[in-house]
Design a protein around this ligand. Structure first.
Ligand code: BES
Ligand code: ZN
Length: 878
């Protein structure tokens, strides 16, 4: 393996390279089994490095064919080459060139890192350390080079040849071959390098930038699928316009290409001018993609495009600074989607993801700071903490200093660090300067792991008309950080009167901060509000202003006041979730149906009558009960997933029965015969209608099944068809099996749709699911070699089937452990990700905990593990 296992990379050990590579000229001759790469590198000593030391270039599974120094073949004693390294013992003192010829086999590349084949196309994935699988290089983000790339291939096999930057030449290469030359004038780290070669169709358009430059934009897909890429192309143009409007950032090359491939480890990659995408996040049609798929495509197209400034023009000094590009770019794509769709609904969706992924990570053995201090395998640090919490930290920064200072800080950052590889310190300093604020303590969010709990207690003095709010914070220990310091927590807040009036906040209460925001930066604080005419209900953490858990013991009636009246939509939703969570927790405790909760049903009924028509997308979020994982996290320890499932089901059945009439009525009102359009308004109506169907079917299973079956068969779009199938999948019996069979027959030629079918079945909360899964692995469409297939079938089971992955007999763990080991030999990155399903094992009840630990130990003890899986299994057990 590439790293001696156990090698730890530490932030404090950072030092600049001893050499720089100013220019890289690559000549890549594509061949299925023997691709030759001729790399001419223009090097010089780094003034910031050590003088006259050997040059050590990174490699990974490389074979050196030839080597020349300053165009003279290198003497054997002048260098040492292994698959992992090329060492030049005594490089010339003056700037020099190395001409390195390597040969690789793209067909044998099952790790999907470096240059590989996806279907009949050639493509690359270089982040984080894949470029070293193409040629020897200083494969780290602080080495910026200007790349010129000549690509040559068989004309029939690969009529389309794409590279980074602008196309500069193309022509015939003789013998049925042709070539294209691409030049990227922007110095970049090699992780942003990419090429594509293949037989591809495209949709193309022209985008005129704010300064009037014309850019050719195109999306390339498998032949015959161009039509399905038009939504992605449209999302791209909207992203380009948004970045100009909101951040003042203009695109900088003559072309911008997106290529969709079907074998891809991640979602997508921001290679300069040549983004490469998992086709799942490009291809969409009404018949094959859901509204959620469309929203994902829009968000990911935007994300990768936005990297052009946050990641590419300004990159990371080292991989510890990963959140500098990823957290910031997630923040930017979230803002984009909020602007394009509904801000409140987007916020709720993002917080759901944050809690499900990041809070789970943060409370278990894999917890780490937004900027980690050490790693063994960098691929394992593309995490919810780096991404989602990284985005929250930036959102808090904006809340603290205000929109204007935030924008000035961003401008300063772009100005000052354009063309460089920057650090978090440099980034934060821009905002300190722009706002005149000391952000030293705030920056601790990058260093300290764990989710703070904020506790709030209110007291109203009717005589003095004052309201006092006592706040405390505490962060539980995480691996390697036993002691925690208080964080800087912006708490956006308001006081709501019993009949819904927003009570004016006395200015003294939040003095020195942005209006309506209190900043808790010590272990505790007390706020006093004066002139409060009645006992208020506090609305805290509005808009989820900080990534913390909030403890506040409001009465159910008080929560319902917020649900009904809060001017903050997030807290309206949150209070409904809290009421539902409490009902489910009571049912877990009792083990029997709780006394029917009339108030909750009444409140929902009233809410639907007021809001279903005007804000269906929001109403759909309100109707969605907290997930089993949400409830498990709330319980926190000794969790019995079966008890959680039963309790949630009881509450759902009860609520569905209580609201059956209203749900059925709303369902039919929302039925539309208009043709499908994947816009936010239509998506909102469909989301609410399908939420109604789901809840109705829980309360009235027989009628629900009939309704779902009818919708399943009559739907003219995937959103409605798949939602109906989802409802049916939870109702055991013949109808479910019939629908599943009809679905797979109808879409037998569409792998991306079959992924939905795999995933749905993997999530059925029944003991038979494991057997079903084993059967599905033999389905002709399934393959362990394709990451999308693996994630949809095995990943959905491990990550989204709480009761069956966590079977009391341990069979779920054993199955996933077997799959991780089987995959590891082929694709360690995907295997390691699958293994993170165990990240919450410590909060289970003792029997399951023991079974999970046994499975983890079996993985950890297997000889010959990849560094990826060794790292995750090792840390999970610590
Ligand atoms: N730079 C990443 C892609 C990446 C991730 C490369 C991990 C190497 C290792 C890209 O910008 C990214 O973040 N993609 C996300 C989707 C995004 C919308 C959050 C992904 O692939 O999941
Ligand atoms: Zn990214």
């Amino acid at each position: 393996m590439r790293d001696e296992s156990g090698a730890v990379i530490r932030l404090e050990d950072y030092r600049p390279t001893d050499y720089l590579i100013d220019r890289a000229e690559l000549d890549i001759r594509l061949d299925r089994h023997a691709t030759r790469i001729l790399a001419k590198l223009h090097l010089r000593a780094n003034p910031a490095g050590r003088p006259a030391v050997p040059l050590v270039l990174d490699g990974d599974e490389l074979r050196l064919v030839s080597l020349a120094i300053d165009d003279v073949p290198a003497a054997p004693e002048a260098f040492e080459a292994s698959p992992e390294r090329l060492v030049i013992h005594a490089p010339p003192a003056q700037p020099f060139t190395l001409t390195i010829e390597t040969e690789i086999d793209p067909t044998a590349n099952t790790k999907l890192m470096g240059l590989y084949r996806s279907g009949s196309a050639y493509c690359t994935q270089c982040e984080a350390e894949g470029f070293r699988r193409i040629t020897y290089f200083l494969d780290r983000p602080d080495v910026l080079s200007v790349f010129t790339t000549r690509i040559e291939a068989d004309r029939d096999e690969a009529p389309v040849l794409l590279g980074n930057g602008n196309p500069v030449a193309a022509g015939d290469a003789g013998g049925g071959r042709h070539f294209a030359i691409w030049h990227d004038p922007f110095p970049k780290p090699c992780y942003l390098f990419a090429i594509v070669g293949g037989r591809l169709d495209k949709v193309a358009d022209r985008f005129t930038t704010m300064s009037g430059r014309a850019v050719e934009v195109a999306v390339y897909v498998e032949p015959g699928k161009a039509e399905d890429a038009t939504y992605a192309l449209d999302a791209l143009k909207r992203s380009m316009a948004w970045d100009e409007r909101v951040f003042g950032r203009e695109y900088d090359l003559d072309v911008f290409n997106v290529v969709a491939v079907s074998d891809f480890n991640m979602g997508a990659m921001e290679n300069k001018g040549l983004n490469i995408f998992n086709d799942k996040y490009v291809l969409a049609s009404a018949e094959t993609a859901t509204d959620a798929d469309y929203a994902n495509i829009e968000a990911i197209i935007a994300h990768e495009y936005f990297h052009n400034w946050t990641g590419n023009r300004i990159t990371c000094r080292d991989w510890f600074q990963l959140c500098l590009k990823e957290g910031l770019t997630v923040f930017r794509d979230q803002e984009f989607s909020a602007d394009e769709r509904s801000r409140a609904v987007k916020r709720i969706a993002d917080v759901r993801v944050l809690r499900a992924q990041q809070f789970a990570e943060d409370s278990g053995p894999l917890a780490h700071p937004v900027r980690p201090r050490q790693y063994r395998e960098i691929n394992n640090f593309y995490t919810a903490t780096v991404y989602e919490k990284g985005a929250e930290v930036i959102r808090m920064l904006r809340t603290l200093i205000g929109d204007d200072a935030f924008r000035r800080g961003m401008d300063l950052y772009f100005d000052r660090y354009d063309g460089t590889a920057a650090t978090i310190e440099e980034f934060v300093a821009c905002f300190a300067e722009a706002s005149g604020r000391d952000l030293g303590h705030f920056a601790q969010w990058y260093e300290q792991a764990g989710t703070p709990t904020v506790n709030a207690r209110g007291h109203y003095d009717a005589e003095a008309k004052t309201y006092r709010l006592a706040l405390t914070q505490v962060t539980p220990p995480t691996p390697g950080q036993p002691e925690k310091a208080p964080q800087v927590i912006p708490i956006r807040l308001g006081l709501v009167g019993g009949s819904g009036t927003e009570i004016a906040l006395s200015p003294a209460a939040t003095a020195g901060h942005m209006p309506g925001v209190f900043v808790l930066d010590g272990p505790s604080a007390t706020l006093t509000f004066t002139n409060v005419p009645e006992k208020p209900v506090p609305s805290l953490l509005r808009g989820f202003s900080a990534p913390v858990r909030l403890e506040i013991d409001l009465e159910e009636d008080e929560l319902l006041v917020l649900f009904r009246y809060d001017s903050d939509a997030f807290n309206q939703w949150q209070s409904a979730q809290t009421v539902a969570t409490r009902a489910i927790l009571r049912a877990v405790g009792a083990g029997t149906p709780p006394a029917p909760d009339r108030r909750m049903a009444d409140a929902l009924r009233h809410f639907l009558s007021m809001r279903a028509g005007s804000d269906p997308a929001f109403a759909a979020q309100v109707l969605a009960l907290p997930t089993e994982a949400d409830i498990a996290r709330e319980i926190g320890h000794d969790v019995d997933p079966d008890a959680v499932h039963r309790a949630r089901q009881l509450v759902k059945v009860e609520l569905g029965a209580a609201l059956a009439a209203e749900l059925a009525e709303l369902y039919s009102q929302l039925s539309s015969r208009e043709p499908y359009v994947p816009d936010a308004a239509g998506a909102g109506r469909r989301a609410l209608r399908n939420a109604c169907l789901d809840l109705f079917a829980a309360g009235r299973p027989a009628e629900g099944e009939e309704l779902a079956m009818r919708q399943f068969r009559d739907a003219d779009n995937m959103t409605d068809r798949f939602a109906a199938l989802g409802v049916l999948s939870h109702l055991p019996g013949a109808a479910r099996e019939t629908a599943l069979a009809e679905f797979s027959e109808r879409f037998r030629n569409n792998a991306l749709v079959l992924d939905k079918w795999f995933s749905l079945q993997a999530m059925i909360p029944e003991p038979e699911t494991l057997e079903r899964l084993r059967g599905l692995m033999r389905h002709p469409a399934f393959s362990m070699g394709n990451p999308n297939r693996v994630r949809s079938l095995i990943g959905s089971f491990a990550m989204a089937n709480l009761t069956q992955f966590n079977r009391a007999d341990g069979a779920g763990y054993d199955f996933v452990a077997d799959m991780v080991l089987a995959l590891d030999a082929r694709n360690p990155q995907v295997a390691a990700r699958l293994l993170t399903a165990f990240r919450t094992w410590k909060m289970l009840e003792p029997r399951r905990r023991a079974e999970a630990e046994k499975a983890l130990r079996r993985v950890a003890g297997t000889p010959g593990l990849s560094p990826d899986v060794a790292d995750i299994s090792g840390r999970s057990l610590s």
